[in-house]
Write a protein that binds this ligand. Structure first.
Ligand code: NAD
Length: 657
């Protein structure tokens, strides 16, 4: 589809409320002496042994010869198929390779807003695919099940007569267009666009272990893509990758399919776990990097058009491929840098001992329009699968470029983060008279942030490890959103001794967790831990709901084609006018969920392991703990004065009093 022939996009409704370092890393090798981007050496490895990594993958990554890369960021000057004009067909089928935290939700939202496009999400992990096809999604995100159900199972036709609308509105039946499967090859063969969303963890062995990105999953997925993609398919790297990976992908494609020109784009994902659906529905920006050639720009226009179904054009940024790859790493590093900066301030507030409060400092500096108020909340530090790995990746690149000061600058963000969580654990031990022997410590929150069930590289596991070294009687962990088995798996990876491990208990409710504890450590800012003011919509949510409802009454009734964005606004209208709780499907248009098979392990585990969602009753906790009752609020979520009035000793982050 040509960008210039794109249909005009509908006016967008207002935002809806949330209801819901070695010496070789990066860019691959150009032919020695070649000045033409794209004419790099064809790798001489044997085509008959397809699973052998290409030579560019020394130590798991493409080689860095960044200085040789073309300044414009061009990857491959692909000239077109017709009269020198590249052509791409109408997008009918899209494939996502990798059904993880990024692939699954992103595919679901693209399918949701593009009912005319078949979206296939494929993964090698059968269990994960089974979950995506059930009522128990592998990822817990507000609003995700509804989006998945709408696209995966379809929606019923419906005549809506709603208060405030001048006429009845007909919602057409929606056919399913989202399929999760393990049929990787079939989905790739069919696809007009292939998004590669596989994991890119930090290398754990060999050259660059502990700092360099392991792109072996990208290589492996690309080999499958190279062998099976149809001519004209656009290959999109969505995973977060070292700068230059698009060239490695192009290299592999050219090796397996020397007679076919593929366009390789970069389209990094900026969603944040915990708010993934909201971020995907209302992205700050969609970034598309392409070769600055006619073919590259046309391919970027095709992908832009897919997002254009719901994202305003002004929010879709197109740049060259390398800028796009680099921007993703820089974005995560700078977000983490802000957290480390405010955490550095928190340490100063605490040590000054003059009553300075980091929350006051954040409030004051956040009013400066140049700084803004977001990401200024001090805490026990950042965790998760992305920030640390992406900082290491960026610093590794800087080191490879002999920019040691730059590398050290970025790595200081990580050093600060580590110091913050160590300082927290030290404070717990110090306040408990320097020893945890015979004491029980309650950990509230294990997920690396609230709103997600992702336990990867959570701060909690590091803090628990430090506390376990003190040999307490017990460390009890409760998280309202994470599966016990996943918490246990992460804890078991922490390198604790058998005797330390056997003192760690994972519980499914906060009462058992805090019972007889000497201290409660809050490590994830779940709203349940605040203990009050829960469940009610925030004022900004209410305002957004009202705006959406107004938009529905003023615009939607006059439209011939009702889009999913319009339907979301109609749902807000129903919520706005209804006093009752309306749930996920206020228009009652979703096809009923198929019942789970009798042997469904999720239902079995779910009924045996229903995680307590009840807000923590701090008055009750006061009666259950050992004296003196300590609360180490690593996320500044509790009301300190209220807890002090209940007899707690409260130590927050960055509170110099
Ligand atoms: P994930 O581990 O949750 O999912 C990756 C999936 O890819 C796994 O299910 C795995 O089985 C599958 N996979 C691996 N190789 C495959 C192959 N050859 N064929 C088919 N499937 C294959 O990872 P994620 O969190 O979704 O992250 C994916 C990428 O997105 C990473 O590069 C990450 O840095 C980036 N990213 C993640 C987030 C986040 O919040 N998790 C946000 C933005 C970007």
């Amino acid at each position: 589809m040509d960008a210039s022939s794109s249909p005009a996009r509908p006016k967008m409704p207002p935002r809806l409320p949330r209801s819901l370092p070695s010496s070789h890393s990066i860019a691959s090798t150009f032919s020695p002496g070649s000045s033409t981007p794209g004419s790099w050496t064809v790798s001489p490895w044997n085509r008959d042994t397809p699973d052998t990594s290409p030579p560019s993958s020394d130590a798991g990554s493409p080689k860095l010869q960044a200085k040789q890369a073309d300044d414009s960021g061009r990857i491959s000057p692909v000239e077109g198929s017709l009269d020198g004009q590249p052509r791409f067909g109408v997008v009918r089928s899209v494939c996502f390779v990798g059904a993880g935290f990024v692939g699954g939700p992103t595919a679901a939202v693209i399918a949701y807003h593009n009912p005319q496009i078949q979206v296939n999400v494929v993964d090698l992990n059968e269990e994960r695919i089974k979950s995506w096809n059930s009522a128990h999604l592998p990822i817990h995100e507000d609003g995700l099940l509804k989006v998945v159900r709408t696209a995966r199972d379809g929606a019923l036709n419906k005549t809506l007569v709603l208060p405030g609308l001048p006429r009845a509105i007909e919602l057409k039946q929606r056919q399913p267009n989202l399929v999760f499967s393990t049929r990787v090859v079939d989905a790739i063969e069919e696809a007009d666009i292939i998004f590669i969303c596989v994991n890119t963890p930090t290398k754990t062995h060999g050259i660059g272990a502990g700092s360099m990105a392991d792109v072996s999953a990208i290589e492996s997925a690309t080999r499958t893509v190279a062998k099976h993609a149809k001519e004209g398919a656009i290959i999109v790297e969505k995973s977060t990758v070292p700068c230059g990976t698009a060239q490695m992908i192009q290299d592999i494609l050219r090796y397996y399919r020397p007679d076919v020109e593929f366009e390789v784009l970069s389209n990094p994902e900026f969603l944040a776990e915990g708010t993934a659906v909201e971020n995907l529905m209302h992205p700050d920006r969609i970034l598309i990097g392409s070769a600055q050639t006619l073919a590259g720009l046309r391919a970027a226009a095709v992908v832009k058009d897919v997002y254009g179904a719901w994202v305003p054009a002004a929010r879709i940024v197109t740049v060259n491929t390398f800028s796009s790859e680099l921007a993703k790493l820089v974005a995560n590093t700078m977000l983490a840098q802000r957290i480390s900066s405010v955490n550095a301030v928190s340490a100063m507030c605490e040590e000054l001992g003059l009553g300075a409060d980091v929350e006051d400092v954040s409030l004051a500096i956040g009013k400066d329009a140049r700084l803004g108020s977001k990401f200024l909340q001090a805490g026990v530090g950042f965790g998760g699968s992305c920030f640390e790995k992406d900082i290491l990746n960026l610093a590794y690149l800087a080191r490879e470029l002999h920019l040691d000061v730059v590398a050290d600058y970025w790595l200081a963000v990580l050093r600060m983060n580590e110091d913050q969580r160590r300082r927290y654990a030290r404070n717990v031990v110090r306040e408990l008279n320097g020893s945890l022997r015979g004491k029980k410590i309650a950990i509230l929150g294990f997920a690396f942030k609230d709103g997600t069930n992702d336990t990867r590289n959570s701060i909690a596991v590091h803090v628990i490890k430090d506390l376990a070294m003190e040999m307490p009687r017990e460390i009890a962990i409760f998280d309202p959103g994470c599966a016990s088995a996943e918490i246990r798996e992460e804890v078991e990876k922490a390198g604790l001794t058998a005797s330390q491990l056997e003192r760690i208990k994972i519980l499914t409710n906060w009462r058992d967790c805090v019972q007889e504890a000497s201290a409660v450590c809050i490590l994830t800012p779940w709203k349940q831990f605040r203990g009050r003011k829960l469940g009610s919509a925030t004022s900004s949510n209410k305002k957004a709901r009202k705006l959406a409802a107004d938009w529905a009454t003023s615009c939607v009734a006059d439209k011939a084609d009702i889009s999913e964005m319009d339907i979301l606004a109609l749902e807000e209208l129903v919520r706005d006018k209804s006093s009752a709780t309306t749930g996920d499907d206020p228009l009652e248009r979703l096809a009923p969920l198929a019942p789970c098979p009798e042997e469904c392990s999720h239902c079995r585990i779910g009924s045996a392991e229903a995680h307590d969602q009840e807000p923590v009753d701090w008055a009750e906790v006061a009666g259950m703990m050992q004296e003196p009752r300590w609360v180490f609020d690593g996320r500044n979520v509790v009301n300190r004065l209220e807890l002090q009035s209940l007899g707690f000793r409260v130590r927050g982050i960055g509170k110099g009093f």
